[in-house]
Write a protein that binds this ligand. Structure first.
Ligand SMILES: NC(=O)c1ccc[n+]([C@@H]2O[C@H](COP(=O)([O-])OP(=O)(O)OC[C@H]3O[C@@H](n4cnc5c(N)ncnc54)[C@H](O)[C@@H]3O)[C@@H](O)[C@H]2O)c1
Length: 439
């Protein structure tokens, strides 16, 4: 059960690049937002940012009643946070400043309010040092710009309460973010470390003269970057392993990748290299203003998010019509034989599909005469079916029955991984065959 207030009012502390974007996001989600910043130009800059960013936020989706008019501003910190249900802090990245600021916010905020910091690199154990109620403080680190990009890294400090992390995760998820919980504090959290690791190699390739700046950007965004926008690296290697999936990838391709880790470069960041990058980027930008490029980026990101939302919906595919092969011999009573006998190789993974929920049974593999079936050490259950009971471990094959409530109607029943047989022209039986496909 939540120990924190349901959130209606959000306070934004610090309204620079990240604070202004967070403010836009919270307004777009329909909250009352009170912002504070000591800079004399902050309010005007914030309002103009929100106005300019509103269309982008709207393209991701507006909550009922969402309006930029629900933004108020005060330069007085205690006043800004006095009745906040959730505080998102975005002041400059300086430990001394954040420690003092968090102590001040802690003093001025209702005790049940969560106080989250956007800090990119300072851990919450440091930031919460002078708080009287550190248990309600947590890192909620966004990826720029938070009014578009869903990722938020959530990590507590040594004195953060587990329910604060749980409630912060729930809150962010409820407002359209994609929160991930870091089980350990780490300088730079996680997403920045990942992009820094990639960028080090990109800069190395530029320094070595392998690529110019524009080509190195293309190498990322037209290849791996496009794929990473829809699936993470582990899942992509699962696909990269072909029909054998991730196990095959790990067995055959991973050793070579591990070897190549030793060959990655560390550039020496000299003034000349800096000049090369700056000149290359300006040439690549082709005279377009940063804000125009940002609008272009946001429009494309909104389109990608819309496509993802469409594809991430639970699949409700129509059952495939049963196909019977011309020669469907030896099917035991109550079963139908896969009409296109599939060659199941030792290192491949195969899926069998069932027609509909409830229409299941024990899938059985039929080896060629005289062939013994080995155990199946690499048999894996797909994640989407993780709640389905396993019916049969026998015969070198696991069959999985979807529960009646399963949303996976017509989807995967099983993945086979047969080892030790070489090419095996096995046949798989399910009560009514609907097809199979390579993973
Ligand atoms: N810029 C990014 O891409 C990015 C991404 C994720 C997280 N962050 C984190 O967000 C935080 C803010 O970064 P930014 O890039 O928006 O910085 P920024 O310099 O653009 O904005 C900081 C704002 O804080 C205000 N400020 C100064 N002292 C303050 C105080 N005592 N109380 C309240 N506000 C104060 C400044 O006037 C300024 O408007 C940092 O912790 C940073 O690590 C930044």
């Amino acid at each position: 059960m939540s120990t924190h207030q349901p959130v209606q009012r959000v306070a934004i502390v610090g309204t620079g690049t990240i604070g202004a974007s967070w403010a836009t996001h919270y307004l777009a989600r329909g909250f009352e937002v009170t912002a504070t910043d000591p800079s004399p130009t902050a309010e005007a800059a914030l309002r103009s940012f929100v106005e300019a960013a509103w269309d982008g936020a709207a393209s991701v989706g507006l909550a009922p009643g969402a309006s930029p008019d629900r933004l108020s501003f005060t330069a007085d910190l205690p006043q800004a946070v006095a009745d906040a249900d959730f505080v998102q802090e975005n002041a400059p990245e300086r430990p001394d400043l954040k420690v003092r600021l968090f102590a001040d916010i802690d003093d001025a905020t209702p005790p049940e309010t969560i106080i989250a910091s956007s800090s990119s690199g300072i851990t919450m154990s440091v930031i919460q040092a002078q708080c009287r109620r550190p248990e309600r403080t947590v890192i909620g680190h966004p990826f720029n710009p938070p009014h578009i990009i869903p990722l938020v890294e959530v990590v507590g400090g040594t004195r953060t309460a587990p329910e604060t992390i749980r409630d912060a995760m729930s809150f962010y998820a409820a407002i359209g973010k994609k929160p991930i919980h870091l089980k350990k504090e780490l300088p730079g959290h996680v997403a920045n470390r990942i992009q820094v690791a990639l960028y080090r190699e990109v800069v190395y390739l530029v320094q070595e003269g392998v690529l110019d700046v524009a080509d190195s950007d293309d190498a990322v965004c037209w290849g791996p970057g496009l794929r990473w926008g829809v699936m993470g690296p582990h899942m992509l290697w699962h696909l990269g392993g072909g029909e054998g999936g991730i196990q095959h990838f790990m067995d055959t391709l991973m050793p070579r990748m591990v070897e190549s880790w030793q060959k990655l470069g560390t550039p020496e960041f000299t003034p000349a290299l800096q000049e090369t990058i700056v000149n290359g980027v300006l040439e690549e930008a082709g005279g377009h203003a940063v804000e125009d490029l940002a609008a272009r980026r946001d429009a494309m990101l909104a389109g990608l998010l819309a496509v993802r939302a469409q594809h991430d919906r639970p699949a409700r595919r129509a059952p495939r019509p049963a196909r019977r092969g011309p020669s469907a011999p030896e099917a035991p009573p109550g079963t139908a034989l896969c009409d296109a006998t599939r060659r199941i190789s030792t290192d491949r993974t195969t899926e069998i599909l069932v027609p509909r929920v409830g229409h299941t049974g024990i899938a059985r593999a039929v080896p060629p005469p005289g062939t013994a079936l080995p155990a199946v050490p690499g048999a894996q259950r797909p994640r989407a079916m993780s709640t389905a009971p396993v019916l049969d471990h026998g015969q070198g094959l696991r069959a999985v029955k979807p529960s009646p409530a399963s949303p996976h109607e017509g989807l995967l029943v099983e993945r086979l991984r047969v080892s030790g047989l070489g090419k095996w022209p096995g046949r798989a039986h399910v009560p009514a065959w609907t097809g199979h496909r390579p993973v």
